[in-house]
Every structure is written in structure tokens, then in C-alpha cells.
Design a protein around this ligand. Sequence first.
Ligand code: AMP
Ligand code: ZN
Length: 462
Amino acid sequence: MTTLKLYNTKTRTKEDFAPIDPENVRMYVCGPTVYDRAHLGNARPVIVFDVLYRLLRHVYGAEQVTYVRNFTDVDDRINQTAQDRKAAGEAGTLEELIRARSEETISWYHADMDALGALRPDHEPRATEFIDQMVMMIEDLIEKGHAYPAEGHVLFAVESYAAYGALSGRSTDDMIAGARVEVAPYKRNPMDFVLWKPSTDDLPGWDSPWGRGRPGWHIECSAMAHDILGAHFDIHGGGNDLQFPHHENEIAQSTCAGHDFANVWMHNEMLQVEGKKMSKSLGNFFTVRDLLDQGVPGEVIRFVMLSTHYRKPMDWTEKKRQEAEKTLRRWYRLFDGSVSQFKEPEFDAALKDDLNTPRALTACHRLANANDDMALFRNLSILGLFNGRVPKWAEQPETDLSDMEDKLKSARIAALESKDFSALDTLKNALLEAGVEVQMSKDGVSLKPTPGFDPSKLEALK
Ligand code: AMP
Ligand code: ZN
């Protein structure tokens, strides 16, 4: 049997994966801060680590794997929304409104990630439910000389941990530049980071030996991972942007508290859109829900994500979306009602080679071309692209609206010549009624089916 190999950021090599206890394989992945809808980039780690979770369950047995992904629900942006709602007259205390905002965001997150075929982790701890464990860990760090209280804050003393920076391989200068460290009079070293900070009266806070306050972000993960998975576990994951400072700080805290912490550190690269960083200012920022609402199936989003290796930057493009939809439709149509457990070595070897999903998909292409649907559907299940049923969208015929587009173009030309727009309007309304989005500009017309598209309503127009 091929050995699973995973790239470990800590050692910068691909290593044979040897679980601490094959009966209890443990993975922690940093989850979202629940202040708003997940954007498409946030879905990348979810899909990548879902494939790893599925693969580990496949190799070690479903009951032998524990996957933890947290919700960060201590955050200024959550508080801000709650404060705005309160100011707008919404009923409830600030605490209740904060809680409601987190609940709302978590339910969106679940719905969106479910639609991408991601299994729910075994544990989804919320930071606010682990404050006691965080306080205990901070007290322990102070006692061991790795942290100090100052002006209502508690800071981690980076000089007390010689290996600080080892994960990301950064020098202190790089770290200072990269982290935009906050220089504060109460810090012994500008690199020292916050374990606990004071809360103002109008914000949520918890009683602690250092006064009413709230935890820093990094201590949340250290405390939750320790409480649920123990002092030593197998895999810790997240996006590349978390390597520094977040993961570096998690390692410093946990190691100094005497925990062995994670053996393997895995990081996915970032997602871009049409070659550009996704950002609100560039107008190319969208959420997973936006895509789903436009009628892009979750399987298609997942397929596009998996067609790039997780350690390479990935580019979301409209062209890839279209191609993925075509491929998946063709594959799903090969399904004859049964999934065998027949193994096809190339697929397994690819996936076990540090989750080489593009190569695994190439193996699927080959199987589909050879009409070997037995192995194909087993493989698609492991990738999370098949759950025993062909999705509804793939059963419907591919929509070809080019005839309708031609018709609309002619109607538009006729209307412009005759100045009588009634026929054009009638046609346009009928298209909208059938669930087709109509775009007309001076460059031409374009038609796009929406999720409510009903092809039978177009028959009468032909
Ligand atoms: P956040 O809620 O910002 O802490 O992010 C949640 C997860 O999404 C983290 O693992 C981030 O590393 C990851 N992430 C954020 N932006 C992107 C992106 N553009 N591409 C891939 N992963 C991302
Ligand atoms: Zn974390």
C-alpha cells in the first residue's frame, strides 16, 4: 500500500505520515472569524482539508479520525454589527445581539460549506466557550516565565522562546516588518504579542486575574486544540496567510506551556480571481453564496478548487467554471446506479502524494474516457464530488441559449429600425419569465440561465 506523504511546512519537506496513534488520528484547522459570509478564498482551506479528512478516514477508518475546526467569535467586527443593530433600535442586550450575529454567520457558513460537499468536522468549538481554558493557559505561561501582565494586558515574551520564527523561517526584522507590530509602552519587546487585553465597559468581557477583558486571537486556538485533542496531535492546518504571526504564536504559546503540539503543519496557498487578488476595491470580491445564488453548483466550485494543487496559488476564472461544469456533467451521466470499492492505483497514489488532486482528477478523466465508471465513482466519493446520487443540475440537459440569443438580436435590430419596441419587450419578458437573465448592451445581447430556469417555458417561443 502506498504510504501517505504530506508536506510539512515546519521541516519544508514531504514526509511519510506516521500518526501518533493510528486509532486516533487528530487534525486541527483554523476556522473562520464569524463576522460575515465566507468569501470564495475562505472556501479553499475548507475544501483542501475536507479532502484530507476524507482520505484519512479512508486510510485509518472513519471512527479513527478526529477533525477540529474552530469558530472565532470574539471579534471587533462582530461587536460592531451588534452595536449598529442596537443603535438602529433592535431589541436585546449587546451580548444577545453579538451572540445572534455569530449564530447567524455560523448558520450561513454551515449552509455554504455543506453546499460545497464539505463534511462537518467532529468538533466545531467556539472561542467564547473556552475562555476558562485560555485563562488557565495564560496563568501557566506567566508562572513559567513566558508571559507577563502589564496595564490590564498579558503579553507573551518572545525572547523567552528561542525557536520563535522557526515555522515561517523569518528573522526578527522580517517579522517586525511583516506583522506591522504595534509598539506599545507596556511591551518589553515590540514583538511581544497579546494573550489577554482589557475590555471597555461597552464591549463584552470576561473576569480574569488581570481584570475584565478578552483573549487575544492566537491563544484561542492553542487552548481549544489542547482541550479537545490533547497536548500532542498530528496535523495543524490553515491558509498560508496564517503561518505568521498566527501559527508562529500558537507554537510559541503551546510549546512554552509544555505541549508537544502538532507534528505536521500544512498550509494552502491563496486563491485569486482572474489573475488578481480578490478585493472589494477591485470589484472582484464575491462570496460562496453569491456563486451558489448565480446557479453555480457546489460540485463545480469544488472541482475548480481541486484542479490546482493546494500548495500552488489558484486562480478562479469563468472559463474554468464552464469547463468544470461540462466535465462533471459528462462524468455524472456515466453513473449506472452502483459504486464499487474497486481501487485504481494511480488515483490513490496521486492523492497520497501530498494531496495531488490535479493528478487525481487526471486519473478520473482517464477512467471516464475508458468508461470505467466503477472506479470513477469510488474516486469521486473520496474527493467529495459524489455522494451516491447524481446531482439534479447534471440530469438536466445542458442549456444552449444561442438560438434565443440570435432571435433576441434580430428583434433588437428590427425594433431599433422601426422604433416599435413591443415585440422586443414581449420576447424579453418571456425570457425573464422562463428564468433567463437578459443583458443587452451596445456590444450585443447575452443570456444566462438562473437557478430557477425552466426550459419548457422557452418551447413556446421557438
Ligand atoms: P479568516 O476568517 O480571515 O481568518 O480566514 C479563514 C480561513 O480562510 C483561513 O484559513 C485563511 O487562511 C483562509 N483564507 C483567507 N483568504 C484566502 C484566500 N484568498 N485564499 C485561500 N485561503 C484564504
Ligand atoms: Zn488558529
